[in-house]
Design a protein around this ligand. Structure first.
Ligand code: TYD
Length: 211
């Protein structure tokens, strides 16, 4: 039995968290075994690395190495075991965020990230671990900035200027163009109820939710 791995992506302020929780509730109500997790994070070690990545200043390569170190631990200890048990894994961000933030936002080399992705997510038997579906909440950076303004104390990324998020969004678009079948692009510039309708429709179409 093998589970289903779903990741959720988007720039800060895109509103993905609400919908991840709504989806978790919808799956639980059907008695699906579920693992709700996030990156960077998801294990004790990876949560410590998250703290550093979100709060300490560092060069882009250090940032990329730390998020991939956190990911390795998370994949080995949490994601692969949950999938092997047949669970649905809902992951708030995964490797596309590294391409978007460290690649697009910070300008770190795409090819080096591809190499790190291969080292961290590839194994001889099952090939490259990727989400079955990636739900990408796409929102203009200016709108996201308005939503974030005053909402809470911003972390290192949330306090970046709009130009940074334009580059992050371009990173997501590039990732989607490299693997379009995996991505579901959701127009996040709508009322939350309309976004939720779109998320449900996309996941029904992919057999994650019953039609
Ligand atoms: P986020 O997922 O938005 O969590 P919260 O809702 O608690 O703020 O925050 C994670 C931040 O980490 C986000 O700004 C994106 C960044 N990030 C990277 O820069 N690289 C990565 O590989 C990942 C997974 C996240």
């Amino acid at each position: 039995m093998s589970g289903i791995f779903i990741s959720f992506e988007g720039i800060d302020g895109a509103g993905k968290s609400t919908h991840i929780h709504a989806l978790a509730d919808a799956l639980r109500s059907q008695d699906r075994a579920l693992k709700l997790t996030r990156e960077p994070g998801g294990t004790a070690l990876a949560e410590q690395l998250r703290n550093m990545v979100l709060n300490d200043s560092m060069d882009p390569m250090t940032e990329a190495l730390l998020v991939f170190a956190a990911r390795r631990d998370h994949v080995q200890r949490v994601i692969l075991p949950a999938l092997a048990r047949g669970e649905v894994v809902l992951c708030d961000r995964f490797t596309d965020a590294t391409f978007a933030y460290q690649g697009g936002g910070r300008g770190f080399e795409w090819q080096v990230l591809q190499q790190l992705e291969h080292w961290v997510q590839h194994d001889g038997q099952s090939g490259l671990l990727q989400p079955h579906t990636t739900v990408w909440f796409d929102l203009p950076p200016a709108v996201a900035a308005e939503r974030l303004a005053g909402a809470r104390v911003p972390d290192k990324f949330e306090s970046q200027p709009i130009a940074f998020f334009e580059s992050v969004a371009a990173g997501y678009a590039r990732r989607q163009s490299e693997d379009p079948a995996r991505f579901v692009r959701i127009n996040a510039h709508q009322a939350p109820a309309a976004v939720w309708q779109d998320v449900q429709a996309a996941l029904r179409a992919r057999g994650v939710l019953p039609s």
